[in-house]
Design a protein around this ligand. Structure first.
Ligand code: CA
Length: 225
C-alpha cells in the first residue's frame, strides 16, 4: 500500500510519514500543492492525505484537477477549521472523507485504511488474482486453469501487476510508464502500446480478463465478456 501525504507544515508531514510507515504503508510526502498534484497525477496511490490550505495550489484545486483527469484515488482532506462550508466544499470538489485538525493519529490511520480498502491478501503475497485469473509474480505465470498457462515477460508482468492492484480504476498511460520504466526513462508512448498489445494476446490465450482502453486516459482491467 502506498499513500501520498500533501501537507505544508513540514514537521507534521514528516510525523505523518513516520506514523504510516509504522503500519508498513509506504508514504511519499509533498509540502506544496504543485508537487502534490504532480505526484498524484503520476503515481497510482492507494490513498491521498491532502491538506486544505497549501501554498501554490490549495487542496480543493488539487482534488478538482485529479477528478477532472479521471483519477479516482480516494482523498482524505485535512481541514483546520471545523466549519460546515469547509467540509462541504471539500466533499463537493471530490474528496472522499475529511478530518479536522488537530486529530488523533489512530483516527487518521483508521480513515486511511478504510479509504484504501485494500484486500488483505494483496499485502505480502507473490500471488495476485483477478476474477478467474491467477498470477504468480515470482514465476510470472498467468493461468486460469492447470493447462491454461502463459509466461509473461518482466515488463508485461509489471504492467499486469499494476492493472490488477488497481483494478476498478483507470490507470493513466503516464502512471503505467513511470512505474514500469521509471521517472527518468524517456519512453515513447508507442512502447507501452506494444507491451499492452502483447499482454492482451497472452491474456486472451488463457481466456483471462481484458485490458480495456479508456480513450484519452489510459487502461483498465475488465472481466472478459
Ligand atoms: Ca496547511
Amino acid at each position: 500500500m502506498r499513500v501520498l501525504i500533501v501537507e505544508d507544515e513540514t514537521r507534521l508531514a514528516e510525523a505523518l510519514v513516520r506514523l504510516v510507515a509504522g503500519e508498513h504503508i509506504q508514504a511519499d510526502m509533498a509540502t506544496d500543492g504543485e508537487e502534490g498534484l504532480h505526484l498524484a497525477l503520476t503515481v497510482p496511490y492507494d490513498a491521498i492525505v491532502l491538506d486544505r490550505m497549501l501554498p501554490g495550489l490549495d487542496g480543493l484545486e488539487i482534488v478538482r484537477q485529479l477528478r477532472s483527469h479521471d483519477i479516482t484515488t480516494p482523498v482524505l482532506f485535512l481541514t483546520a477549521r471545523d466549519s460546515v462550508s469547509d467540509r462541504v466544499s471539500g466533499l463537493n470538489a471530490g474528496a472522499d472523507d475529511y478530518l479536522v485538525k488537530p486529530f488523533a493519529t489512530e483516527e487518521l490511520l483508521a480513515r486511511i485504511h478504510a479509504l484504501a480498502r485494500r484486500p488483505v491478501e494483496f499485502v505480502h503475497s507473490n500471488h495476485l488474482t483477478f476474477e478467474s485469473l491467477e498470477f504468480d509474480l515470482q514465476t510470472r505465470e498467468i493461468r486460469t486453469s492447470e493447462e491454461n498457462m502463459e509466461l509473461l515477460s518482466p515488463k508485461e508482468s509489471q504492467i499486469l501487476e499494476m492493472l490488477i492492484r488497481h483494478s476498478g480504476k483507470v490507470l493513466t498511460r503516464r502512471q503505467l510508464m513511470d512505474n514500469v520504466w521509471g521517472y527518468e526513462a524517456d519512453v515513447l508512448e508507442g512502447v507501452l502500446d506494444t507491451y499492452v498489445h502483447h499482454l492482451r494476446k497472452r491474456l486472451l490465450a488463457v481466456s483471462g480478463p481484458v485490458i480495456q482502453t479508456v480513450r484519452g486516459v489510459g487502461y483498465t482491467l475488465k472481466k472478459a465478456d
